[in-house]
Design a protein around this ligand. Structure first.
Ligand SMILES: [Zn+2]
Length: 408
């Protein structure tokens, strides 16, 4: 049975693990004892289980991760849309008119997310700022849920793609006001829509207008002034080029990204969240039946290219995150994070690199690189234990036995 432990900030906890993946590089360590105070790991030492003092073994908050299980940082999803739930766009949007029912749906999804071992998510925005409401539900203690990094409403150019994602500006001079408004709504990062979405019908084509580079520059510089990181939705080579040139913090999707852009991203340490599963899932059951053979071919090619680029990005040293775009058509919250990781595996990344992407690199992308994503002194005790060893087999991440959630 899966157990969620909501850590009380005013109590001490002791976690002993037969095996733990420690530090940002997930180094396997045996027989480790963590002491947790005020939500954070205050000490970590090696000790055999037999040698644990009775005061620790009998402590009311002693958690023992037995042989055959692995303790590791909780997983992080760097790209979700809590306002949506993947079960048909129109049906999901209709629910936006019934706030009570919407809240029930969101609470269910938040519960699933933590039950499956994800401790933090970054939301890619929606035009009503529903992700901010979700964040408030968790922060007010109305339900247990992951730590949410919210973008509120995204910024797009009027007439461009993504009216359901955020606010449109008409001209460059409107940008400062729109960014200030978004900042005031309580967002953690700024989401901008640089391009349209990848086509499932015509290979390599991305529909919709491109945000002009001079406007992108203004957006990024205003976001910086407001202390906001910039998360850029950019598919198509040209969109990625502009976003990288303007100096955003992360490229989302990045379909058809060029090797030259990857080199620049490695140089500037701009992160990439390639979100392959929302495209790949379109040719899996039950969605497969809705696609023509031509579409299946276009989708498969698009995904194969993305996976190949992912491998080059890794070799070049681009910070790689993992995001599912959950909420998008067919992608359920939490359920597809491991599927996304398995797609990385079909590239040239090994399990350790993939686990690092979904923990410490994702934490950096969320702006929480000094707080979560690693078992490390001073870091929050955002931890999970799974049956088996995910360094040997990523599918073991499906067997979450315990999830420690730092309190607020
Ligand atoms: Zn998205």
């Amino acid at each position: 049975m899966m157990k969620i432990v909501a850590i009380k900030p005013d109590a001490a906890y002791f976690v002993w693990a037969s095996l733990a993946l420690t530090g940002p590089d997930l180094v396997p360590e045996k027989n480790i004892l963590l002491e947790i105070k005020k939500n954070s790991i205050v000490s970590s030492r090696s000790i055999q289980k037999n040698n644990l003092p009775a005061s620790i073994k009998n402590h009311p908050h002693f958690i023992c991760i037995e042989d055959g299980f692995t303790l590791l940082p909780a997983l992080i999803d760097a790209h979700v849309h809590l306002a949506l739930n993947g079960k048909g766009f129109n049906r999901t949007r209709m629910l936006w008119n019934d706030r009570k029912a919407l809240q029930v749906r969101i609470v269910n999804d938040l519960n699933e997310i933590i039950s499956l071992g994800t401790g933090a998510v970054r939301d890619g925005g929606d035009c009503q700022g529903i992700n901010l409401e979700a964040k408030k539900i968790v922060e007010d203690g109305k339900c247990l849920g992951p730590r949410i990094i919210a973008t509120g409403k995204a910024v797009r150019k009027k007439g461009g793609y993504g009216s359901f994602l955020g606010l449109g500006y008409r001209q460059k001079s409107d940008i400062p006001l729109i960014v200030s408004k978004i900042r005031e709504s309580g967002t953690d990062q700024l989401k901008i829509i640089v391009s349209g979405v990848v086509s499932f019908i015509e290979h390599g084509s991305v529909k919709g207008q491109l945000m002009p580079l001079n406007e992108l520059r203004v957006l990024v510089s205003f976001a910086r002034k407001q202390g906001l990181k910039v998360m850029a939705h950019a598919s198509s080579a040209a969109a990625v080029d502009s976003a990288v040139e303007a100096g955003v913090d992360s490229i989302e999707h990045g379909y058809f990204i060029r090797s030259e852009s990857l080199k620049l991203m490695a140089e500037k340490q701009i992160a990439w969240v390639p979100t392959i599963i929302p495209v790949a899932i379109q040719t899996r059951e039950p969605l497969l039946g809705l696609r023509t053979p031509l579409e299946v071919d276009v989708i498969n090619r698009t995904c194969e290219e993305q996976i190949a680029k992912l491998s080059s990005a890794h070799k070049l040293g681009v910070p790689l995150g993992v995001g599912t775009d959950s909420g998008a058509g067919g992608v359920r919250h939490a359920h597809n994070l491991i599927e996304e990781m398995l797609l990385y595996k079909s590239g040239s990344l090994d399990n350790r690199a993939i686990l690092k992407a979904v923990t410490s690199t994702n934490a950096e992308i969320l702006g929480l690189g000094k707080e979560i994503g690693a078992i490390r002194k001073g870091f929050k005790a955002a931890l999970i234990a799974v049956r088996g060893n995910p360094l040997k087999d990523l599918k073991m991440l499906k067997n979450v036995a315990i999830h420690l959630l730092p309190g607020s």
